[in-house]
Write a protein that binds this ligand. Structure first.
Ligand SMILES: [Zn+2]
Length: 195
């Protein structure tokens, strides 16, 4: 009888942990959806994989948005477990290392996750071309970072950093010949700051 009680106690504790994790995930998804909705210009959702879902995730992408045969985007994006993990505590990441030039991979991963959410949000807005989507995302990474708790000045540095260190290493299809200061995809043509 004592064994049964112990088993029940463990099962109950596991269920409680599982429920807390679930609640946590839902809360994070809601928080990210608020940011994505602003960039997408319509009500959209953000999915973070559950613990088990994260284990079988094999897409290998930081995030994705499904488009149907007629070219219409889905109403939500699926983010990779690493992207969700990095976004969860973005406000606690110390990005002052960018100014000092001694950041590590974890900071870059966090910056890239903010950029990924911006990128998927522009897919959700209806852009399927990777080059165009990426150009808009590069100009809105600071917005995402700031929305998720990064100080405004640091958020700007994060955006600049992603542009300088991440963008050049991306595949050709993510580059657009129209993506430059004052170009057709410049969202702030009056400003000489780009992105
Ligand atoms: Zn894309």
């Amino acid at each position: 009888m004592r064994l049964l009680a112990a088993v029940l106690l463990v099962v109950g504790a596991l269920a409680a942990v599982g429920f807390a994790r679930h609640e946590d995930r839902i809360r994070q998804q809601d928080r990210l959806a608020v940011v994505a909705t602003q960039l997408a210009g319509r009500d959209v959702g953000v999915h973070c994989p559950s613990f088990l879902g994260g284990l079988v995730d094999t897409h290998g992408e930081a995030g994705r948005v499904q488009f149907d045969a007629s070219g219409r985007p889905a109403d939500h994006t699926e983010l990779a477990p690493e992207t969700c993990k990095a976004l969860r505590h973005l406000d606690r990441v110390d990005f002052t290392c960018i100014g000092r030039g001694n950041c590590g991979f974890s900071q870059f991963q966090a910056a890239w996750a903010a950029h990924t959410l911006a990128h998927e949000s522009f897919h959700l807005r209806g852009f399927s071309d990777e080059g165009v989507t990426e150009c808009y995302a590069l100009q809105n990474t600071a917005f995402v970072a700031e929305q998720l708790g990064v100080a405004p000045e640091q958020a700007k540095q994060v955006q600049r950093w992603v542009y300088e260190k991440g963008y050049p290493n991306e595949p050709e299809e993510y580059h657009s010949s129209k993506c430059y200061d004052g170009g057709p995809l410049d969202l702030r043509p009056q400003s000489s700051v780009f992105p």
